[in-house]
Design a protein around this ligand. Structure first.
Ligand code: UDP
Ligand code: MG
Length: 327
């Protein structure tokens, strides 16, 4: 019998004592219908409730349960990264612990994967039980991100998705710290597709995404995939310079027309526009350099090869040196 793990299910957990057992039961029910051996990797992200003990006792009864426990709360994106790095399945699925993502959808994802897709992400058609504020800000954020980057990052899509082993391996080569995982998956490429679903309410407990964590995630998303915010200074500077020049021109024309002297106030305003414009443009130029420095320090590979014909692809052995993976 083939005992190699086919599916690794990664479940980030932060203070989810109220839901873990039911999530485990639902996942078991679904994965028992899948066609291969699987593992359920719970990543305990520094929970201070009974989450660790609950997972530990599940592990004692069931060897498909694996547990990675952090020394403190490192955040959702780091937790799923750890799970993806430790999973050994041919496909890796990331799913929330609170049953907002229906585990049954995993079977649809597997079906798509078998059709040949390398990434199957779950797209939310609706979100139940979430505040108006959360829905609106999320809606706006996804669109803002789409407008500011050249990378095709699907809107209304969280981290609930299936990744082929090769995508996971490529993700390991991205050592950046402020991770926006769903963006990185898009960046990696390969054949990607969606399955759609209605997002359920959280089974129990409260959201573990505080406003601060949400802001951090959206800033990570924007700054990891777009230089537009840095360019804003240049655009604003350019606009001010042009306005200052037009202002001055109008003043000169008025003076030529009526012969009266230009008022001191008007002159000061026009010069103010010009000088602020020049300053902002300079800031923008410095920003461009910082952007390039940022690009270099992120250390993303230049390209990712999907197939080679008539040439032997350099065998890639991932070796961990410090916190970095090198080929
Ligand atoms: N989570 C985590 N670390 C954190 C915050 C959240 O591992 O610092 C986990 C949490 O336990 C859940 C998933 O990430 O499994 C999504 O969090 P949550 O459901 O609170 O977010 P929401 O669905 O409200 O956006
Ligand atoms: Mg949730």
């Amino acid at each position: 019998m083939n005992t190699e793990i086919e599916y690794s299910i990664v479940i980030p957990v932060y203070n989810e004592e109220a839901v873990i057992e039911q999530t485990y039961a639902r996942l078991k029910q679904v994965m028992d219908q899948a066609d291969g051996p699987y593992e359920l990797i719970f990543v305990n992200d520094g929970s201070c409730d009974r989450s660790f003990d609950i997972i530990k006792s599940l592990r004692d009864k069931d060897s498909t349960v694996k547990l990675i426990s952090f020394s403190r709360n490192f955040g959702h994106q780091i937790a799923i990264t750890a799970g993806m790095e430790h999973g050994s399945g041919a496909a890796v699925v990331v799913i929330d612990a609170d049953l907002q993502d229906p585990p049954e959808l995993i079977l649809d994802m597997i079906a798509k994967w078998k059709e040949g897709y390398d990434v199957v992400y779950a797209k939310r058609l609706s979100r139940k039980g979430e505040t108006f504020f959360k829905k609106q800000t999320a809606h706006l954020f996804y669109r803002l991100l789409r407008a500011s980057t050249d990378i095709e990052i699907p809107v209304d899509t969280g981290d609930f998705r299936l990744l082929d082993r090769k995508v996971c391996n490529e993700m390991k080569r991205l050592p950046e710290k402020n991770r926006y995982v769903r963006g990185l998956v898009s960046w990696v490429g390969f054949r990607q597709t969606a399955v759609e679903y209605e997002r359920d309410e959280r089974l129990a407990g409260k959201t573990k995404y505080s406003l601060k964590k949400m802001l951090k995630l959206s800033l990570d998303g924007l700054t990891s995939f777009s230089f537009k915010p840095i360019k804003l200074a240049s655009y604003a500077g350019g606009l001010l310079i042009v306005s200052g020049l037009v202002y001055l021109l109008i003043l000169l024309l008025l003076k030529a027309g009526s012969g009266s002297a230009i008022s001191g106030w008007n002159l000061v305003m026009a010069v103010q526009f010009l000088l602020t414009g020049v300053l902002l443009s300079m800031l923008g130029i410095i920003g461009e350099y910082i952007g390039r420095i940022y690009d270099e320090t992120r250390d993303r590979p230049l390209y990712i090869v999907s197939e080679c014909y008539g040439i032997k692809q350099k065998e890639r052995r991932l070796k961990k040196v410090g916190e970095k993976y090198v080929v």
